[in-house]
Design a binder for this molecule. Structure first.
Ligand code: NAD
Length: 354
């Protein structure tokens, strides 16, 4: 029988492992690492299998699977979005993911992805802004100061040089938490009572709110020429943040158009409304921002390749660490055709006797 690598045990990155990695390396440094992996993967965009995520909707939220493959590795993420969870003391977004070898189909990594999703979402937002935001932008408004917000701020600081933040949330406790968490990280932070006041003087506006409805976080008259909008919270059918008039004045950049047309701000527009694909900008096929009065919009919904890149980053990072569990996930009979025999012999061998 041919020898095979020990593929029946799968490295498992728990929440504790992830927090250990991120706090050991630093959140900003982890974001920088993930950014390099996203850029590598987005620059070979055409070699990936792509599909809009597979979503199961309910009245209160959505559960989704996000698969992709580059021919060598296959990855998927399980993720939910439940805006009402927060009031019940639960996360709005939770996730875990798997990376597998295409050659055998065996999983090679199982990881928590609630923290990793916040990191990759922030990384992707800041990477897009690097190409789309006004040059020398210093100030970002953040509307929605929940679980994603600090990661967004740190990514924009690390990748775009943002050092001033304007904060607004309908819930002042969220803003207080965000301000406190970011207090020692070198930002100049101002808190505002209205979104209108919060956006004054900012070159970048990040909307990251959670509400299962077509909300109007920004109206048309709030958005002046020359700004970059990073719209993160509208990521589901019937869940948007921007008034449609803003979209008509903006150059709209998206991840994967077939998915964003279902889930993004552009669900409010016709199917043929022009959009630009951000991978083309990252691959130097198309320019990013070309003029100082242009309104650019990154209509972020989160795409499978970003999760794939983040999982690849974590897998490579693990090779220098052995403080994670190996899961007994894959049945491994001595004779691959004798799965039944393996099960029956396990009883005879007394493996489960008390
Ligand atoms: P969260 O529930 O922790 O925080 C959301 C915040 O928005 C809360 O503090 C809430 O008070 C605030 N808010 C709600 N309505 C508001 C309004 N009208 N004006 C100002 N603030 C308002 O959620 P989170 O984990 O931070 O996620 C935020 C959103 O981002 C969710 O909708 C989530 O689905 C989405 N998301 C998108 C991506 C992506 O890749 N695009 C990734 C992760 C999360």
């Amino acid at each position: 029988m041919p020898q095979h690598k020990n593929l029946n045990v799968v490295p498992f990155v728990s929440v504790e492992n992830m927090m250990n990695i991120v706090t050991t390396d630093g959140i900003a440094e982890t974001i920088e690492g993930i950014a390099n992996y996203i850029l590598q993967d987005f620059r070979k965009w055409q070699s990936f299998d792509k599909t809009p995520r597979v979503a199961s909707h309910s009245d209160v939220g959505v559960i989704e699977l996000m698969p992709t493959s580059d021919g060598e590795l296959y990855g998927f993420k399980y993720v939910n979005g439940h805006p009402k969870n927060m009031k019940e003391g639960l996360q709005t977004v939770t996730a875990f993911g798997v990376l597998s070898e295409v050659s055998s189909g065996y999983p090679v990594l199982l990881s928590e992805m609630t923290i990793l999703t916040a990191l990759r979402t922030a990384t992707m937002s800041a990477l897009a802004a690097r190409y789309l935001a006004p040059k020398n932008a210093t100030t970002m408004t953040m509307i929605g100061n929940g679980a994603q917000s600090e990661f967004q701020a740190i990514a924009f600081q690390k990748l775009c040089g943002i050092n001033k933040l304007h904060l607004f949330d309908v819930d002042p406790t969220a803003t207080r938490k965000c301000r406190k968490n970011l207090a020692s990280l070198g930002f100049e932070i101002e808190v505002f009572d209205t979104p209108e006041d919060a956006i004054r003087g900012a070159q970048i506006i990040t909307t990251c709110t959670a509400d299962k409805q077509n909300a109007t976080i920004l109206t048309d008259n709030m958005v002046g020429s020359g700004v970059h909008i990073n719209a993160v919270g509208g990521d589901c059918p019937g869940k948007t943040e921007l008034h449609a008039d803003i979209l008509h004045r903006s150059d709209i950049y998206v991840e994967y158009p077939p998915q964003t047309r279902i889930e993004g701000e552009i669900q409010q527009l016709g199917e043929d409304h022009p959009v630009l694909e951000i991978w083309r900008v990252m691959a130097d096929i198309q320019p990013g921002r070309t003029s100082s009065d242009q309104i650019t919009l990154f209509d972020s919904v989160g795409f499978a390749i970003e999760d794939f890149s983040a999982l690849r980053f974590i897998r490579d990072r693990l090779s220098t660490s052995d403080k994670f569990e190996q899961l007994d996930l894959i049945a491994d009979p001595d004779d691959p055709r004798d799965l039944y025999g393996m099960v029956v012999r396990s009883k005879k061998k007394g493996l489960f006797d008390a």
